[in-house]
Design a protein around this ligand. Sequence first.
Ligand code: UD1
Length: 422
Amino acid sequence: MKCLKINGGKKLSGSISVHGAKNSVLPILSACVLINGASVIHNCPKLSDVDVTVDILRYLGAKVERNNDTLTVDTSDINRFDILECQMKELRSSIIFLGALASRSDRACLYLPGGCEIGLRPIDLHLKGLKALGYDVYTDGHNVCAAKDKVKGTEIVLPFPSVGATENIILASVLAPGRTTIVNAAREPEVADLVNFLNKAGARISGTSAPTIVIDGVKSLHGVEHTVIPDRILVATLMSACAITGGEIEVKNLFPEHIMPTLPVFEEMGCNIDISNNSLYIKSPKRLNRVKKIETMAYPGFPTDCQAPVMAALSVANGTSIIKETIFENRFKHIEQLNLFGTDISINERIAVVNGVKNIHPADVKCTDLRGGAAVVIAALKANGISTVSDIYHIDRGYECIENQFALLGADIKRINDEKKQ
Ligand code: UD1
């Protein structure tokens, strides 16, 4: 088992480029199923979630090749329309393959994903959307299946702007005859990136930055070349690490409009931020200010994925910050781990009360989930002395070699075999 050994207490400094967005590349790879031919996708980060998605595509019959950050995906020979239990268990978001596979074939069956470490993550909105389009959706043992019945465009009103459900409905309707309208659709930049990819491939989809997405069905899609957008959650993670260590860094290759929902929080902490073109410069004060209240919301609100990294930074701020998690019902598991560093964070249902402490000490902690894992790494970067972080497979799902990224900014961080306790 690998873990991270972090000798904390060093201010981060220097310059770093962000990699492509995990939450874009995954649905875009699923969308390749709808294309008959080869697509070239640039800026695909080397993440374990991407590896699993590539494995699924190969299992389905696609040819996928990686050349550095570019994936070439040829889906001409797709001949399977199911996904195995082991694949679905490794990557629950692979449920977004359902819409694409059902659209390409007469019937698709995916092993039903169970619960998840950050909440129940039901898929009812995905399934209701597919049913409304005319798919026959049913369970078969442990599988959820969608069979093409009389599929045609329709209006679907989402009670909540679910990212995954919006993407699944787009994939299930892009080749359906007629017009599909998704009311109260997710407006996350990653949904827009998926739509841009599909439109380049010949789809007719409009309205991605508005709450209503309109999809006019087309007969077929062709292969395209596309560059995945930069990862806005990685930007906030790097900013949180810079903030907690009192550092000063430049983050390059980002889309400024995508990070706007998080900027006021870092400004309230007292960070100095300057954005020019596609780069951001952040300098943090000697001691961070508390933030009165953060409430996670669907885009363009404060992202739930940034909640844990930002909480780590606020754990040493001057004063008490309140963080309300409104998107996932169980996304505070990292708090127990953060408190092992000597932080003072308590939970009352969906509200975390973060009493900033002056100093934290090193600790041996584990990752509870992807973003919670990033949060404990951030705390370890602050704590003077050696901390270890285990269960880092969670982090590898969404950050490309996180130790290399922080080492580039001057951190003393290494990946080691924890048996050796080097
Ligand atoms: C995506 C992101 C994830 C991010 C989340 C919210 C990917 C691969 N993952 O996850 O990083 O944290 O958006 O921005 O893009 N819900 C239902 N029924 C459904 C679907 C969702 O009740 O059918 C609920 C979920 O339980 C959750 C909330 O809606 O409480 C948000 O989920 P959703 O927006 O769908 O998130 P994901 O697509 O799973």
